[in-house]
Design a protein around this ligand. Structure first.
Ligand code: ME8
Length: 509
């Protein structure tokens, strides 16, 4: 059986989840569900990044006990994932004892191997993104330095432990060069080379002396581990790496046949594509197969983020349109090349056009006709009497069935949705042009039953193909149609199936 380990970033526990977090988590969940549907054994993780300066500062500002704030926020994220139908196998919390112990163990291991040494950290630092900048990488405005997201940088000069990342510059460049499909889309690799590798990779400071909210370093308890070193290791600790309960690590990481895929947006690609592979190389572990990087959701021309205060609450859309509508919208608009601008109108349009007018409408029309003309029983096909328009529909059905696995295997879910959408437009046209109500009136029952059989079967395939995205709705539809939502049942003839009456599925808004 094929298997895969899929991960989202672990989100900072400094506030509530917003649409950006929902975007990555839904994309990863949808890919996980599609892969499962075509036969993969999946391990899927998400969770919380609970250490670092920012978390500590927010708790202080809110006058909250840090641990209590983290517990509250973890619950808020988990509630959202539950509502959105996100099925993770493991939920990371980096303050858990298991995670912290393994992080300390790995730190000691790399220290012994001399990949970690003590020095002095002089750098421009963004406390918001928890990221180092050199003067050339920083953005200069009115004599001050800012990170690429516009937060002011602070100058740091303190003792620190360093990871010898500079030693691996040539190796990582060669890795990018030799593994074209490691970073998706591949142009992001060029960006990373231009922005971070060309000017020379520096050793990475991986401890903080002035902070208490982190994993303590055993080798010197005046220091805690830098949040990114700690956070990246979640991808191993989720699987029990470094403990006795490491079966999942053996199965989903160590076994070269397992596909390892990380999802995220572009601002954290530097950590995942440069530092993370180097850390794995130091640990003599295999690298992920793919790092999938999408663009940002933009709101009013700026990246939507907590620090900008322009975030959109996913609940606003879930409450008005339902979880499935939000899942659908974010997958349909997913963009790996560019950022995408979110507007309320855009959401309404997609909902009304795709979900209400196409998917919902075609289904209620078909079910209504089967009720009216066939007493709710799907008629059989009379092969001899097929006309060209019927044959054309069968060809389109075959084509999508030929394509879908390839699209899923290449993470082209948006393209799969485009194919589905095209099919629905065609089915609507097929109904309008065939005019089944006239066929019935004229007594042309052979033609009418062929048409109903063909359109019902095709629609069942489309419902099955949509089920990893429109989970709750397709479940409801499956009960109405007595249809099993299983990809093995694609291309089936459902003749003689007894269906129930179908109420409107997506109400126009
Ligand atoms: O960076 N558009 O956590 P974070 C699209 N803890 N996606 C967005 C987005 C936007 N406007 N805003 C956030 C961290 N995201 C670290 C990660 S991983 C070992 C540690 C999504 O809470 C996107 O996936 O800032 C982005 O990479 C992630 O949230 C950053 O979440």
């Amino acid at each position: 059986m094929k298997k895969a380990y899929l991960t989202t970033p672990i989100y900072y526990s400094s506030g509530k989840p917003h649409l950006g977090h929902a975007y990555t988590t839904i994309l990863a969940d949808v890919v996980a569900k599609y892969k499962k549907a075509i036969g993969y054994d999946i391990f899927f993780t998400t969770g919380m990044d609970e250490h670092g300066q920012k978390i500590f500062d927010v708790a202080k500002k809110l006058k909250k006990n840090v641990k209590e704030m983290l517990d509250d926020n973890a619950k808020i994220f988990q509630n959202l994932w539950k509502k959105l139908g996100i099925n993770y196998n493991f939920f990371t919390r980096t303050t858990s004892q298991d995670h912290k112990k393994t992080v300390q163990k790995i730190f000691s291991q790399l220290y012994k191997k001399k990949y970690i040494y003590k020095g002095v950290w002089t750098s421009y630092y963004c406390p918001n993104c928890e990221e180092n900048y050199t003067e050339t990488q920083a953005i200069k405005k009115k004599g001050k330095l800012f990170c690429k997201l516009g937060h002011e940088l602070v100058f740091k000069n303190e003792p620190s432990f360093f990871l010898k990342t500079s030693q691996f510059q040539k190796w990582i460049e060669k890795y990018f060069h030799d593994h074209n499909s490691f970073i998706y889309p591949s142009f992001r690799a060029k960006e990373l080379i231009n922005n971070f590798l060309n000017e020379g990779l520096k050793d990475l400071s991986i401890s903080r002396k002035t902070l208490c909210w982190g994993v303590p370093i055993k080798e010197d308890n005046n220091h805690v581990i830098y949040v990114w070193f700690d956070a990246l290791l979640n991808y191993l600790t989720n699987l029990g790496y470094g403990t006795k309960k490491n079966q999942n690590f053996t199965k989903y990481w160590n076994d070269g046949r397992s596909e390892i895929i990380h999802f995220m947006s572009k601002e954290i690609s530097r950590f995942h594509c440069i530092y993370w592979p180097i850390m794995l190389k130091m640990l003599n572990l295999r690298l992920p197969n793919k790092i999938i990087i999408h663009g940002w959701i933009i709101n009013n021309n700026e990246k939507m983020s907590k620090s900008k205060g322009n975030v959109i609450d996913p609940w606003q859309y879930i409450n008005r349109f339902g979880s499935d509508a939000l899942r659908y919208f974010l997958v349909k608009e997913s963009n790996f090349e560019n950022d995408f601008n979110f507007t309320d109108k855009f959401f309404w349009d997609v909902y009304n056009h795709d979900l209400a007018n196409n998917y919902g409408n075609v289904l209620t029309r078909i079910a209504g006709m089967i009720k009216k003309y066939c007493h709710n029983v799907v008629p059989s096909l009379t092969k001899k009497k097929l006309d060209n328009d019927d044959k054309e529909i069968l060809i389109v059905r075959k084509e999508i069935l030929k394509k879908y696995k390839n699209l899923i295997n290449n993470y082209k879910i948006k393209e799969l949705l485009d194919e589905i959408q095209k099919s629905y437009l065609l089915l609507n046209k097929y109904i309008d042009e065939t005019k089944p109500w006239v066929l019935f009136k004229d007594g042309k029952l052979d033609k009418l039953f062929n048409f109903l059989n063909i359109i019902f079967n095709f629609n069942c395939d489309l419902i099955i193909l949509l089920s990893p995205i429109l989970q709750q709705t397709t479940k409801k539809i499956s009960q109405i149609l007595n249809l099993v939502l299983d990809f093995k049942l694609l291309n089936k003839d459902h003749a003689k199936l007894k269906i129930n009456s179908c109420p409107p599925i997506f109400n126009r808004k």
